[in-house]
Design a binder for this molecule. Structure first.
Ligand SMILES: C[S@@+](CC[C@H](N)C(=O)[O-])C[C@H]1O[C@@H](n2cnc3c(N)ncnc32)[C@H](O)[C@@H]1O
Length: 283
């Protein structure tokens, strides 16, 4: 049983336990010691897929669902239109759409698991209340700000240059390993410091090698930072709105197993391609 990750000692102890349990869950065997990270990617609405998964198996669920922008997200790749619907008929309807999906996520998290929900100014205030209802107010851990910089400015208000990432625990214990980022002060020049709840990671530019053409694709550097911080080595990660598979790639690169789900067939194809056909893929 993991202890709350409040002291380095507690963290060290939980790392070992979590790693073994995660691998066992990923391979379906008890006491399994070592295995290459497994990645499974399912096509479908996560509301249909999640009930078919074993309960209490994931250490970390990291999701980046549609934000309720009110318009479709589209991009073009080699002449092909890619994207997904992002309108739900208003904020109330969107929250009611999210509710059963977050409840389904709660079921598949381990008792020491955590969920991180990526959203923005449109719904972050309501998603937080929803997470309070499902996970409990006392399970709130962080409201992370991903500051990305790109985009235009406004003459009427401060420019909106960040997304919100809400992190909740399922129980009273969870795993955390503070990521280190470059220090900015003169005194610590050239050294690293523990990351705060403001994460400065550039968004992917149009020419970036990692870009695969899926609209709203997130930077691998951001997901590596989050997975490394919130899932123990060898543990199991879930992204049930996986899009082009950024979370899954980050998990595999960091030696974590992962399950991805997306409702769009082309997204699933892109994610499978990224993860690497055959090598890290099963199921
Ligand atoms: C913001 S995008 C995720 C982008 C992803 N983080 C990436 O880096 O590529 C949201 C994704 O949720 C998917 N989606 C929408 N409704 C869904 C549902 N009910 N179940 C599973 N996936 C869904 C969309 O197809 C889209 O790929």
């Amino acid at each position: 049983m993991a202890a709350a990750a409040r002291t380095p000692r507690a963290r060290r102890r939980t790392t070992g336990d979590g790693a073994r349990a995660g691998l066992a869950a990923a391979r379906g065997t008890k006491g399994a010691r070592q295995a290459a990270p497994q990645v499974q990617i399912h096509h479908g609405d996560c509301l249909d897929v999640l009930p078919r998964l074993e309960p209490r198996q994931f250490h970390f669920c990291c999701i980046d669902p549609p934000f309720n922008t009110g318009s479709a997200k589209r991009s073009t790749r080699s002449g092909e239109q890619l994207g997904y619907r992002d309108s739900f008929g208003g904020l109330d309807a969107y929250i009611e759409w999210m509710r059963p999906r977050l409840v389904a996520i709660h079921r598949v998290l381990r008792d020491d698991g955590t969920v991180l929900v990526h959203c923005d100014w449109r719904a972050s205030h309501r998603i937080r209340v929803l997470l309070d209802e499902i996970f409990g107010e006392c399970r709130f851990l962080n409201h992370l700000v991903w500051q990305y910089g790109l985009g235009g400015s406004s003459p009427r208000m401060f420019a909106r240059k960040h997304d919100d990432l809400l992190w909740y625990a399922k129980g009273s214990a969870w795993w955390f390993n503070a990521p280190r980022v470059p220090a900015t002060s003169q005194r610590l020049k050239g050294q690293t410091k523990k990351a705060t709840d403001v994460l400065e990671v550039p968004s992917i530019n149009n020419m970036a090698k990692e870009r695969v053409g899926w609209p709203t694709q997130k930077p691998l550097a951001l997901l590596e930072l989050l997975v490394g911080a919130c899932c123990p080595p060898g543990g199991a990660v879930l992204d049930c709105f996986c899009g082009s598979g950024t979370t899954l790639v980050a998990a595999a690169r960091l030696g974590r197993s992962a399950v991805g789900v997306d409702a769009d067939a082309r997204a699933v194809e892109l994610a499978r391609g990224r993860v690497g056909a055959g090598q890290l893929l099963s199921g």
